[in-house]
Design a protein around this ligand. Structure first.
Ligand code: SF4
Length: 373
């Protein structure tokens, strides 16, 4: 166990030097990474570098083999439930930004029950609760109440909400919380504030240290990632891998997951500064798998049908389906405002059939809190 926090580890790395070292990787570095049995962070740099672009087929074969060896031919299914679009932050790329003049909705307990009835009928056992970051409207106390309502209905509950204190995580774990997703958005400390100018989220270090509080609280799984499109995706992804490496060594009882949100169109029309195309995203996903056989790799319905269908055999282990990305989207309201556009609008049943047609098994439930005694 290291004595440094990840904030300190991060501060000891220079963004520009890392960027240059990724872009100077050669084909021989890529071949060495592909032949390695235990890929290192240097190998990961080679695999995400431009020099690896001619090696996508070899990367795909290796990524597929490692994934099948570790996870079998399975895809875990989950669905997000947006509880609130209230937010005190003003992320420049998000439709829920405090600065956007939109109708704000926070679901009450009765509305949540209406929503989960529809979700249960679709067959889901893994529910991801999502809120904006508004301590008064949808902070810890609200989440505690909602967790109590939801717990009897799902075997696995995860959250993607505002960062909280360790003691708050401890209480939510007692109530059945399994996984927390908290994305740094960008690991570029200098640029971070230009994307997150207001509210608690503007504090880079507080956000970065959330995973430490989670690890200390004893959470079962932590999801990390960056928002692809803000800064150079290769450099940001190196820092995500560095973060993963640190967490696995420091909080070794916890499991980890990486997601790949790419910027989508929304109210306010923020355009990605560093667009990531499909080939590059495939390269990135396969590089993570070769670097880390154990990490869950998750693809949401932000991605297209074709891309998701192709990637499910090449490293991905979890997928959302049937997603509505606005509060009340399943039953209570027809339409409020989506946080991001859904590109894959197939029903969970259609996606499950697609997964099975490729010889894979759809996993609706792979966890029960009873497993922890
Ligand atoms: S990304 Fe999250 S924190 Fe930022 S404005 Fe949107 S909902 Fe709020």
């Amino acid at each position: 166990m290291t004595n440094n926090t990840f904030d300190q580890v991060h501060a000891s790395h220079n963004w520009e030097e890392i960027r240059q070292s990724i872009y100077s990787k050669t084909e021989s570095d890529v071949e060495q990474a592909l032949n390695s049995h235990n890929a290192t962070l240097e190998d990961f740099k080679a695999l995400i570098s431009p020099a690896a672009e001619p090696y996508l087929e070899q990367m795909a074969a290796k990524s597929r083999a490692i994934t099948q060896q570790r996870f079998g031919k399975t895809i875990q299914m989950y669905i997000p439930l947006y509880l609130s679009n209230a937010c005190a932050n003003a992320c420049v790329y998000c439709g829920f930004s405090h600065d956007n003049d939109i109708k704000r909705i926070t679901l009450n307990k009765e509305q949540v029950l209406e929503e989960i009835k529809v979700i249960k009928d679709m067959g889901f056992e893994h529910l991801l609760l999502v809120t904006g970051e508004h301590p008064a409207d949808c902070g810890f106390e609200y989440l505690k109440e909602i967790m109590e309502v939801i717990r009897p209905h799902f075997s696995l509950i995860s959250i993607e909400v505002q960062p909280m204190l360790q003691e708050h995580y401890e209480q939510l774990i007692e109530l059945g919380l399994h996984t927390v997703y908290v994305y740094q958005e960008t690991y570029n400390r200098e640029k971070y504030k230009s994307y997150h100018p207001k509210g608690k989220k503007s504090d880079f270090s507080y956000r970065l240290e959330t995973s430490e509080r989670l690890g200390k609280a004893g959470i079962h799984k932590i999801g990390i990632g960056c928002l692809l499109g803000l800064e150079d995706w290769r450099t940001d992804s190196f820092f995500t891998a560095l973060h993963l490496d640190y967490l696995e060594k420091t909080y070794w009882r916890t499991k980890y997951s990486i997601s790949f949100p790419r910027l989508r169109p929304h109210t306010g029309a923020f355009q990605p500064n560093h667009e990531v195309n499909d080939r590059q995203l495939a390269q990135l996903i396969m590089a993570y798998r070769i670097f880390n056989p154990d990490v869950d790799l998750s693809l949401s319905t932000r991605e297209s049908k074709v891309f998701r269908d192709n990637m499910l055999q090449l490293g991905v282990t979890a997928m959302s389906a049937g997603s509505k990305t606005e509060p009340g989207g399943y039953a209570v309201y027809n339409k409020a405002l989506e946080q991001f556009s859904v590109a894959d609008d197939r029903s969970p049943d259609e996606i499950s059939r697609m997964i099975q047609s490729k010889g894979y098994e759809t996993v609706w439930k792979d966890w029960d809190s009873g497993m922890m005694g």
